[in-house]
Ligand binder design. Structure first.
Ligand SMILES: [Zn+2]
Ligand SMILES: [Zn+2]
Length: 130
């Protein structure tokens, strides 16, 4: 198994590549993820910031994350696909949206976060914590 991953947006304008970070992959149910994805939750895979590269066309939207720190959402300015999420709080990593991977089958969510924010119609997606 290789730890190298590649991905990109729907229209092909923005491509990225990076290396898996040994940290949990997670399903985030927070309101930011709901609004940004238009779905009940987001599926996030952590990559190392070292060696991560993404096309210069990628746009970044700055917001305040759940931690109170600046958080950045990277997306394609042409087709609008959500691609990345990173924050000042965890500067060693950048998260990519699992469905943007060329091989989304590499994603295996380890846990849910902000499960309290999940709407009733998406509560079945919450991964029980142990
Ligand atoms: Zn695009
Ligand atoms: Zn979230």
């Amino acid at each position: 198994m290789t730890n190298r991953v590649t991905g990109g947006c729907k229209c092909g304008l923005v491509r990225y590549q990076g290396t898996r970070l040994d940290a949990p992959m997670f399903r985030c149910h927070c309101r930011d993820c709901q609004r940004l994805t238009g779905a009940g939750h987001a599926e996030m895979m952590p990559l190392s910031i070292k060696g991560f590269s993404i096309g210069a066309d990628c746009k970044s939207f700055k917001m305040t994350g759940g931690s109170g720190q600046p958080t950045f959402s990277g997306f394609c300015p042409n087709c609008g696909s959500q691609l990345t999420r990173n924050s000042a709080r965890m500067s060693d990593r950048i998260y990519v949206h699992a469905a943007s991977l060329d091989d989304p089958g590499l994603y295996r969510p380890d846990k849910s976060i902000y499960a309290d924010a999940a709407p009733d119609w998406d509560r079945a997606a919450i991964i029980a914590s142990d």
